[in-house]
Design a protein around this ligand. Structure first.
Ligand code: GPK
Length: 820
């Protein structure tokens, strides 16, 4: 590893302030200082970045292209600094310049090019790929506006544009030399190829844009490896000249300009939900076509046989969003390299792999044929042919079962089903936690599993301990290193060595004292950003994640309403003070999710201002939950709320970040919670609620009626009544839709997410939490064991499994030489 020279670094920062802003350090504002520091850091890593790519080429290693509509990177500066092990040197350099690193880091806008779990997983994976030394590109879109900024006004969520590029992004490098053309619309004509005499399919009268890549560095931990996140921007192709004007193409030139302007404008803010917008499909094909074209070109620069591309290239499809990649690769092989269909299909099969992230039916991507074929006429033809052959395969395999084609065809009912395409075309289909993969195999994708069992595999998600402990929780990170050394930073299994200290009273006290200091840090953040005073001695009970009915923030807040009623009834009841902390964005069009945010804020208003309960319950809704404040929140949590309806949360990754930071899980047996409990022991978690088998059984037999619970349980009835009787809003209709969804279901099933069904079990688990917390030594041990037992949940472990079992990559060592 190259050493960071403090004096050199200081003068670089001074130079950059001068060159970029014509100012001295004293004159520059905080944002300008951030920019200058960021440029100085980028200068330092650029040699490693070049050395990494030189090494990959020399060794001719296989590369994974992680195709993803989302990369929820958060801030780069602090993360790069810790991965360079430059924390101390840079901190000192900055202090000697009279500046403060925390303030500087705070100036950086989050790169919020993602919604939630799926996008953050992609970011953790990139971190691990670099740290492990695997050749990888992240391929995505350079959205001009990322995930919207959430502002809470009168308890309502308001969305504000996230203008993250306002001051420019000091870390990115524009690479116009690698720009490629991407074509939309028009029609396909068949032409005879003079040379071969074969038919050629040519897209004509199309509109096109120029895809221009911007590269961002992804720095590995202390190993000289810097991989690349390549995000594409669209620019107009230069047809707006007199020539085309003269030919009467003025209209087309304007249209192409508009297309280029709109494609990368904004991230769709939907999590686990398909909106079906035409522009979204344009985004998908745009970045996929550009990425696949570039990958093929790069491969062909060094190799002569396109037929062997799978030996050096793998495309990992992060959900179905980039699935057009399989058809784009087919197009390139068949149309541009004149390869026969069967052979092209085999090459494609060996090059593409698909990750499934959800079983929620509203998230499944299905595109209307009309839209698809109009926008991507050649790609559509190719998918039709893939479908035709796949249907024949199905019929051959199941000659007597007509339902199979209906359930499995790629094109059916006037729609293109992207998951079916991804499964048929790739060699690997993986779920993201053991339970999720089992549900895929035995329920959702049962037919596909029966036909192609060899494709199915599990890769339980993970998170990077470098961002979520080393950077986010420096106090705990130092404590761990002091106890067991720093191997955990690159091999989280070692953190288990902490287990022995859970029986040592001094260590437990130290651990709890760190938790307390982190709670003070969060309390200060809450005071500054929300104006609410919270007691760091209370239990910090936290649910932060996207707002979705299946994640059941509603169960949490209904329980708070219930507790509040209990306290009002028995003011002298023993009650350990609790702070219920929420953070969540709702998709802009998801009305019920927005009502739930309003409900949380309305309950907060009433409860926080009721002197009679003596501050025993506080409710806080943290505005604009995102990666940067998440780091502070996880560090301060005592209780981790992971309370999705069993079977619905594919994995969850927040659950792992809490665990790493010594919070105890209160959750259902869903997603990766199952594996968390397996690692930490069920005595060190609070588990409640229906099992996934029970939920699925109720869904099939329709035997659940929430009215029965409403009629027989007075406490639950009282809470529900308070939704519509003015207790929390003078507008009696404010929460009517929530009330109806639980009891009537409006067309759907009432209480689809089994909130009333699980309520008592949840309340009882919450009582166990309170009792456990009151026993300080016991709690400390539980919390500490959660940190100690989270070794499995590093994304390093996950990536190692992908690399060995799916991608077949080899590890690379990078030396920086004077050449660089
Ligand atoms: C799954 F399908 C989707 C989606 O559109 N967005 C998203 O964030 C999440 N996900 C799952 O909901 C989580 O359970 C999972 O941990 C995460 O993807 C990463 O796999």
């Amino acid at each position: 590893m190259k050493e960071l020279n403090k004096e050199e670094f200081k003068s670089e920062v001074e130079d950059y302030v001068k060159v970029l802003f014509r100012k001295s350090i004293k004159e520059a504002d905080d944002q300008q200082i951030f920019q200058a520091v960021a440029y100085a850091v980028k200068d330092f890593i650029v040699d490693q970045w070049m050395a990494t790519h030189r090494t990959y080429e020399e060794k001719d290693v296989k590369t994974v292209y992680y195709l993803s509509m989302e990369f929820l990177m958060g801030r780069a500066l602090g993360n790069i600094i810790i991965n360079l092990k430059g924390n101390q040197a840079i901190k000192e350099a900055i202090e000697e310049l009279g500046l403060n690193l925390d303030v500087i880091e705070d100036q950086e806008p989050d790169a919020a090019l993602g919604n939630g779990g799926l996008g953050r997983l992609a970011a953790c994976f990139l971190d691990s790929l670099s740290t492990l030394g695997y050749a990888a590109y992240g391929c995505g879109i350079r959205y001009k506006y990322g995930m919207f900024k959430q502002v809470i006004e009168n308890g309502y969520q308001i969305e504000k544009p996230d203008d993250w590029l306002k001051y420019g992004n000091p870390f990115e490098i524009k690479r116009p030399e690698y720009a490629v053309e991407v074509k939309f619309g028009g029609y396909v004509s068949i032409k005879k190829d003079e040379e071969t005499g074969r038919n050629k399919f040519v897209q004509e009268n199309y509109q096109s844009v120029l895809a221009v890549p911007y590269d961002l560095p992804v720095v590995g931990y202390n190993n000289n490896v810097v991989n690349t996140l390549r995000i594409w921007d669209a620019e107009a192709i230069d047809t707006f000249n007199l020539d085309s004007f003269d030919k009467g193409d003025y209209q087309k030139a304007v249209e192409q300009q508009n297309l280029a302007r709109t494609i990368c404008e904004v991230l769709y803010p939907n999590d686990n939900h398909m909106a079906g917008k035409e522009l979204r499909l344009k985004q998908q094909y745009f970045f996929v076509s550009a990425s696949v074209q570039r990958a093929v070109m790069k491969y062909m620069e060094k190799h002569d046989d396109i037929r062997k591309i799978h030996e050096k290239v793998c495309f990992q499809l992060n959900d179905t969003h980039p699935t057009v990649a399989v058809a784009e690769l087919m197009r390139i092989l068949v149309d541009e390299y004149n390869i026969e269909w069967d052979e092209a299909w085999h090459i494609t099969n060996k090059t593409c792999a698909y990750t499934n992230h959800t079983i929620m039916s509203e998230a499944l991507e299905k595109w209307p044929l009309e839209l698809f074929s109009r926008l991507l006429p050649r790609i559509y033809q190719i998918i039709e042919e893939i479908n035709r052959r796949f249907v024949l395969d199905i019929q051959r395999a199941y000659p007597d079962d007509y339902g199979k084609v209906e359930r499995m065809a790629i094109i059916y009912d006037g729609q293109v089903k992207m998951a079916h395409l991804a499964i048929a075309a790739g060699f690997s289909v993986n779920g993201v936690a053991r339970l999720h993969t089992e549900i895929l195999k035995n329920q959702e994708l049962k037919d596909f599993y029966q036909m192609m069992p060899e494709k199915f595999n599990n890769k339980t998600n993970g998170i990077t301990q470098r961002r979520f402990l080393l950077h986010g929780n420096p106090l705990l990170a130092d404590f761990v290193t002091k106890k067991i050394g720093d191997d955990w930073i690159t091999d989280l299994k070692h953190i288990d060595e902490l287990s022995v200290y859970t029986d040592d009273e001094m260590s437990r006290k130290e651990f709890m004292n760190i938790k307390y200091q982190n709670k003070v840090r969060l309390a200060k953040y809450i005071k500054e950003h929300n104006g609410i005073e919270v007691n760091p001695r209370s239990i910090f009970d936290v649910q932060v994640k996207r707002l979705h009915e299946y994640k059941r923030q509603l169960l949490n807040i209904l329980h708070v309403m219930y507790l509040y009623n209990e306290l009002k009834k028995n003011p002298d009841k023993e009650f350990y003070p609790r702070t219920f902390i929420f953070g969540a964005k709702a998709s802009a069009g998801y009305h019920r999710a927005k009502s739930i945010i309003k409900l949380i804020n309305s309950v907060a208003d009433v409860v926080n201002n009721d002197k009679s309960i003596d501050g025993k319950i506080k409710v806080v809704f943290i505005e604009n939950y995102r990666v940067s404040n998440a780091e502070i929140i996880f560090a301060a949590a005592d209780v981790s709320e992971q309370i999705s309806t069993a079977s619905k949360e594919a994995s969850g990754t927040g659950n792992m970040k809490f665990m790493l930071n010594g919070a105890v899980t209160l959750g259902t047996m869903d997603g990766a919670n199952v594996e968390i409990v397996e690692e930490v022991g069920k005595e060190n978690a609070f588990i409640f609620g229906l099992s996934s088998d029970e939920v699925i059984a109720y869904e099939h037999n329709g035997q659940y009626n929430p009215r029965d619970i409403y009629n027989t349980d007075g406490d639950i009835r009282a809470v529900l009544t308070q939704l519509v009787d003015g207790t929390y809003s003078s507008n009696l209709d404010e929460f009517r839709d929530i009330y109806n969804s639980l009891l009537d279901g409006q067309g759907g099933r009432p209480d689809m997410y089994f909130i009333l069904k699980d309520f008592r079990s949840y309340a009882e688990a919450q009582e166990r939490v309170s009792a456990a917390y009151a026993d300080t030594a016991k709690w400390a041990k539980m919390a500490m064991l959660n940190t100690a037992k989270c070794g499995k949940f590093s994304s390093d472990r996950t990536i190692e499994e992908y690399a060995q079992e799916i991608w077949h990559l080899e590890k690379v060592k990078v030396e920086v030489t004077t050449e660089d």
